[in-house]
Design a protein around this ligand. Structure first.
Ligand code: GLY
Ligand code: MN
Ligand code: MN
Length: 475
């Protein structure tokens, strides 16, 4: 029965697209839920976040948050859509062409007094048969738990009424939005009402505040709630499993992209929706390139390989790096660098305690690396910070969450924050370096939950010590 009705609708819609009339039965293709995966963040999480933002909005101001625009990949094909992280945090909506208006104290709209309005694309059977079911306003209010959802065609009327004469809190507006695309009309109205048609590049307008909303959202997002931790832990567990799969299976002669394929297959097999960032699989000379994403080289026996990956689960991305010997055993030089980086990382993790500055992990890891690199005569003594920078040229910690480099103030560590600790040593080919060290790149990156007590290693399911890695690879 259901099958028959679907097939009928499909035929009817195709007919309408070539000019035929749309039968009444096909006006709304189906009322099946938009979401099939029950693990989405619950509606009350987003409602609670919106309430927290409303409470922080200064008197007389409103907040306007735009969703991410769709971005063109080539001709009529777009990149896979990714919602803006702040917008997703506040709504749970992954539909393009959307905007959220928060009005503390409320505004009268269509006979209701509401403090939050989600503008979304209207239901459209012809479009939905191509690109998928849309929430529509009833489901957006019910399923997402918004006080009010409106078709985004109503944005202009409401925006003119509510935004005029008030301070408008916005974040950076989506740039590069194509004329006539889903968001362009809303942005044009905003620019007109805000009195700043050249908002993206132009000088600040007195009634537009581009700072406060970012500060408020950063303050909220840098500490994770239990609901967020469930998704983040799952992303980290899946990422650790992908590392184990590589350690179990990889052989010299595999291309980096084949290793990438195994990783991303594992992510998908375990239920992750996306990768949080392009997978980094760098072997041999590519192990010393920090963000190598080309992944085209064939691995050779004797090389080390830096694998920096993160599954994304309902928006939350892990970020875990392991460095493995392609043949299953580290050479003595590789092992020396590996053990040094691991000791530095452990010092960094131990320093990640509530109340310490974010910078503490870098300071602790750097101290260990200075001593160790001096002992290996790769730098000129334990004071040679300049020398170390040649081999360790990045920071040690960042927040993770809805963005893999998540938003945060980089101040004191607080319980509930999740950060990476990821020191590395990257030794290039150079005349002044003994060739036995060339092309050894080692990064070890784990995800750490800050607590009132000891730091919690969330990514420990991926083997970390050289012994454990070699044991899993020793088949
Ligand atoms: N995966 C990028 C980073 O480690 O920061
Ligand atoms: Mn990483
Ligand atoms: Mn990282």
């Amino acid at each position: 029965m259901t099958m028959l009705r679907r097939r009928f609708s499909l035929l009817a819609l195709t007919a309408s697209m070539i000019g035929g009339a749309l039968p009444a039965a096909a006006q709304m293709p189906t009322e099946a839920p938009v979401r099939y995966d029950p693990d989405h963040l619950p509606a009350d999480f987003h409602a609670d976040r919106r309430a927290a933002v409303r409470a922080a909005i200064p008197d007389g101001a409103v907040a306007l948050v735009f969703g991410a625009p769709e971005r063109q990949r080539s001709n009529d094909t777009n990149f896979q859509y990714r919602q803006d992280s702040d917008f997703y945090y506040l709504t749970g909506s992954e539909e393009p062409g959307s905007a959220l208006l928060l009005v503390p104290g409320g505004v009268d709209v269509e006979g209701r007094r509401v403090e939050e309005i989600l503008f979304i694309p209207p239901r459209d059977p012809a479009a939905e048969v191509w690109t998928g079911r849309r929430f529509g306003i009833e489901r957006a209010e019910g399923q997402l738990g918004l006080q009010m959802a409106l078709d985004n065609t109503k944005f202009e009327e409401i925006a003119r009424r509510v935004l005029s004469g008030r301070t408008i809190l916005v974040e950076d507006l989506p740039g590069g939005v194509a004329e006539g695309s889903d968001l362009s009309g809303q942005l044009a109205v905003f620019h007109e009402v805000a009195g700043r048609p050249d908002m993206v590049d132009g000088p600040p307008s007195p009634n537009v505040d581009t700072e406060t909303l970012r500060q408020v959202l950063t303050g909220l997002r840098e500490v994770k709630t239990p609901a967020e931790m469930e998704r983040l832990r799952r992303a980290i567990d899946i990422t650790a499993e992908a590392h184990r799969e590589v350690m179990r299976q990889v052989q010299p002669g595999w291309a980096e992209y084949q290793i990438e394929a195994l990783i991303e297959y594992t992510f998908a097999r375990e239920g992750a929706q996306y990768t949080g960032f392009p997978s980094i699989v760098g072997s041999g000379e590519n192990s010393v390139i920090l963000h190598y994403e080309t992944n085209r080289k064939v691995t050779r026996p004797g090389e080390v390989m830096v694998i920096d990956i993160g599954a994304e689960v309902h928006g939350y991305s892990a970020d875990v790096t392991r460095t493995v010997p392609v043949s299953g055993r580290f050479s003595p030089e590789q092992r020396a660098i590996y053990d040094l980086v691991l000791a530095a990382q452990q010092a960094g993790i131990d320093a990640a305690v509530g109340g310490a500055p974010m910078q503490a992990t870098h300071a602790a890891a750097s101290r260990v690396l200075l001593r160790g690199m001096a002992d290996l005569e790769l730098i000129n003594g334990p004071q040679d910070t300049q020398g170390l920078r040649r081999f360790f040229m990045h920071g040690t910690s960042h927040y993770i969450g809805l963005d893999v480099h998540d938003t945060g103030f980089y101040g004191a560590l607080k319980p509930g924050m999740v950060i990476t600790v990821e020191p590395g040593i990257y030794i290039p080919e150079a005349e002044d370096i003994d060739p036995k060290w060339w092309n050894i790149g080692v990064r070890i990156e784990d995800d750490i939950l800050i607590t009132d007590g000891a730091p919690v290693l969330l990514s420990g399911n991926a083997p970390r010590s050289a012994e454990d890695i070699e044991a899993l690879m020793g088949r």
